[in-house]
Design a protein around this ligand. Structure first.
Ligand code: CDP
Length: 223
């Protein structure tokens, strides 16, 4: 079978990573979580007292950030300067920092290069905000996942509870709304549905239903 690329984009909490991970497992292809890379840059800034809204300050430490990503069956492990930060980058704080540093062009260029290299010579499913529009514009399959803000906030609260955090629903909802605004309105590679992407509104759908729908689209495109 020839290598294929599946691009999955969408706003925070639309279910991208959950479904992309499971589809990767079912199809035996590599899963690449690009959000975790922006989160890792955000985490480095938090840990080193760098203001994530200060472009100059963030750019001045970019060369100090060495990121290694090991794509494995069922997920990916991410190392920041040799330390496994896979779980550490999942916090709300790292998510906010990620959204801040993601507006900076130099950050995006560094990470997009890593992402394109990882997709070379293998079949991948990659999730993020700009995969179908910018990172892999020639991807054979492009999916844009969406869901209402309420539903996405509910899902995010569940995730945070599982991580041992104590989230407040209204606060989480407001943060999701702000993150949508930030991601949609930024200058470089904003969150946008690619013209040739299939949009799926996952509000009220189960994970299995979303996976079935995407798997059908993939089968149809590659047959
Ligand atoms: O999991 P969640 O949807 O909350 O976020 P994520 O996918 O881990 O991404 C965190 C942040 O990184 C997003 O809010 C975006 O600002 C940024 N990001 C991006 O700009 N481009 C990507 N390809 C992936 C993430």
């Amino acid at each position: 079978m020839k290598n294929i690329a599946v691009a999955v984009d969408g706003p925070a909490g639309s279910g991208k990573s959950t479904v992309a991970k499971l589809i990767a497992k079912n199809m035996n292809i590599v899963y690449i979580d690009t959000g975790a890379m922006y989160r890792t840059v955000g985490l480095y800034c938090i840990e080193n007292g760098i203001d994530t809204k200060n472009e100059k300050a963030v750019c001045s430490v970019l060369d100090d950030i060495k990121m290694d990503i090991k794509a494995q069956m069922g997920g990916q492990t991410i190392f920041l300067n040799g330390v496994d930060v896979t779980s550490k980058v999942r916090t709300q704080e790292a998510g906010r920092a990620a959204s801040d540093v993601a507006v900076i062009l130099a950050v995006r260029e560094k990470l997009v290069q890593i992402q394109r290299n990882m997709a070379k010579g293998t079949s991948v499913i990659m999730d993020g905000r700009d995969i179908g529009t910018n990172v892999l514009p020639k991807a054979e399959v492009k999916i844009f996942l969406n869901a209402s803000v309420e539903e996405r906030a509910k899902r995010r609260v569940g995730e945070l509870l599982a991580l041992g955090e104590n989230p407040d629903f209204d606060e989480v909802k407001e943060q999701i709304r702000k993150r949508d605004e930030n991601d949609t309105n930024r200058k470089h590679n904003p969150l946008r549905k690619a013209e040739d992407a299939v949009e799926i509104d996952t509000t009220g759908m189960t994970i299995d239903e979303v996976i079935d729908k995407i798997s059908d689209i993939i089968r149809e495109k590659i047959s």
